[in-house]
Write a protein that binds this ligand. Structure first.
Ligand code: ARG
Length: 528
């Protein structure tokens, strides 16, 4: 249809011409022209069957790229809360999917670890005094944040000490820096705990926070100055003016690189980070996952880095925004007291809910297994609820919906996997040995086979657009097709090559679910 439009011809006529010329050899049972000019191709079962047994599940890309993925990146003057969930989950799924097809992925956790908020945290830690290192209570980092903020509001002497601490940090005072480092170690421990609970592949070595660019900023500004017309002084601030960024009144809105008081901004650090990613990490492609409110920031960042030639033109810079997490009332999700919901609590609640659900569904599971299943279901449900929606939209956080055992949910897919494992267990069969070409006589088998063969294509779409919901939709449809097949086609009670061929289908579905869910950061379970 698209081609006909481009060459300004009638799509049905073009379809007829294509049909006259096309030679698809032995692949095709029939090709028909339908409707306004669609070509419907019906593949031969023998072709499908051969493909299923011949081709590997997934091929790696011919030209792997070095891809930097910037995600999670919380501001650590606060405990990690629900606002950090989407970047963490979506970024991790995309990073895993890129790796799956052979790209060289470099994760970057661009944490907010510098700035005024750290003054009050360190001033507070100072007060706690000796206990600083050992005090067990300090491991409860949440308390720390809350107490430091309330002291700042209520105690002006404390507020002064906090401000003095900021200055000490900026001048790299040794004592202040030691405290800051200690605090960052606590913060890293907190992040690691959350990532472990959430099964997210970020490790401490991926942390490269804003502070790590402190020393790069002065040389960056020097270099920008050397380039004609990039940096312009305006009211004492150093700015980059780009005509495409105008405010409502049509005036150019500059990107401020250095404020008139000498301070630097979020932009400035990001320019330095981008330069590092190109010069030192040798990125071919850089992906950023933040909420949609930062869209203008990234548009300016990318435009400025092109203008100043910070990266080569061949490098792709991509901001992948996402919408908000809403409560069932349609407003941004908050706790009952109106605060941000901290991730630690949210994840614990997920596990508790999944645990009672699993206890009802399968009371016979042993304690260890029960815990393992509850955890995989809980984390899978939270992640999948987010990943299965087009990330550009807001999504509604709903426990009952995400933990449902039917519909487009993680438990539904995990359950299908467990069911297939059950078939292999019952028949005492090793699924890796199932290589008999399936016969595909039944329409449900054929439909399942066609869908199975589209896995590669879907994975490639995810890596191109950084949209994991393509993969979720694919896996859900795969599961629906598998269930239809399972209802209509006996497997273990069949004999000979029909049985063996159907087992091949089962084995391929299980492998696709395992790899596909794995790319989303979700575990499969042999038993549920
Ligand atoms: N710390 C930022 C925030 O919490 C996100 C950082 C995203 N990455 C970046 N390179 N700007 O909003």
């Amino acid at each position: 249809m698209g081609a006909a439009k481009r060459i300004r011809t009638n799509p049905r006529e073009l379809a007829t011409d294509v049909l006259a010329d096309v030679d698809l050899g032995d692949m095709v049972e029939s090709i028909d022209i339908a409707g306004p000019g669609f070509l419907n191709i019906r593949l031969k079962p023998s072709f499908l069957s051969e493909q299923l047994t011949k081709t590997t599940l997934l091929e790696t890309v011919a030209e792997p790229k070095r891809i930097v993925v910037d995600y999670s990146s919380p501001n650590l003057a606060k405990e990690m809360h629900v606002g950090h969930l989407r970047s963490t989950i979506i970024g991790d799924a995309v990073a895993r999917t890129l790796e799956l097809v052979g790209h060289d992925v470099i994760r970057q956790n661009h944490i907010g670890d510098w700035g005024t908020a750290f003054g009050r945290l360190l001033a507070y830690l100072d007060e706690v005094g000796d206990g600083f290192a050992q005090n067990a209570e300090l491991r409860n980092i949440e308390k720390l944040y809350v107490e430091a903020s309330s002291r700042f509001e209520s105690d002006s002497a404390f507020a002064d000490r906090s401000r003095a601490m900021v200055l000490a940090l900026q001048s790299h005072d040794a004592d202040a820096m030691a405290k800051w480092e200690h605090f960052m170690a606590l913060a890293q421990q907190h992040m690691s705990e959350i990532y472990a609970k959430l099964d997210v592949s970020l490790r401490p070595e991926h942390t490269r926070g804003e502070s790590s660019y402190n020393a790069d900023i002065v040389p960056l500004i020097e270099d920008l100055r050397k380039q004609n017309d990039v940096l312009v002084e305006s009211d004492g601030a150093l700015c980059i003016f780009m005509p495409q960024f105008k405010n409502k009144d049509g005036e150019i809105q500059p990107m401020i690189v250095q404020k008139s008081d000498g301070g630097y901004l979020y932009h400035t650090t990001d320019l330095a980070a981008l330069r590092y990613r190109f010069d030192s990490l040798h990125a071919d492609r850089v992906l950023y996952f933040t909420d949609a409110r930062q869209t203008l920031h990234f548009e300016m960042l990318f435009a400025a880095s092109r203008l100043a030639n910070l990266v080569e033109p061949s490098v792709t810079l991509e901001h992948h925004p996402f919408g908000k997490v809403l409560g069932k009332d349609g407003k941004p999700l908050k706790s009952r007291s109106g605060d941000n919901i901290v991730l630690r609590d949210l994840l614990d609640q997920a596990v508790n809910r999944a645990s009672s659900l699993i206890r009802k569904k399968n009371p016979g599971l042993g304690k260890t297994q029960h815990e393992e299943v509850a955890r995989a279901v809980a984390i899978g449900a939270v992640k999948y609820a987010d990943l299965s929606k087009n990330r550009l939209h807001d999504y509604t956080f709903d426990w009952d919906e995400m933990l449902a055992f039917d519909g487009n949910t993680a438990p539904y897919l995990q359950y299908a996997y467990a069911r297939i494992s059950g078939i292999f267990e019952k028949g005492n069969i090793d699924s890796s040995e199932c290589t008999e070409p399936p016969q595909l006589d039944m329409e449900v088998e054929r439909q399942l086979a066609v869908h199975l063969l589209r896995f590669q294509e879907v994975i490639e779409q995810v890596t191109a657009d950084a949209k994991p919901h393509y993969l979720c939709t694919y896996l859900y449809e795969l599961t629906v097709r598998f269930m239809r097949f399972y209802e209509q086609c006996p497997i273990l009670s069949e004999e000979g090559s029909i049985r063996a061929g159907r087992l091949t289908l089962c084995s391929r579905v299980a492998a696709t679910l395992e790899i596909g869910l794995g790319a989303l950061g979700i575990r499969v379970l042999a038993r549920m």
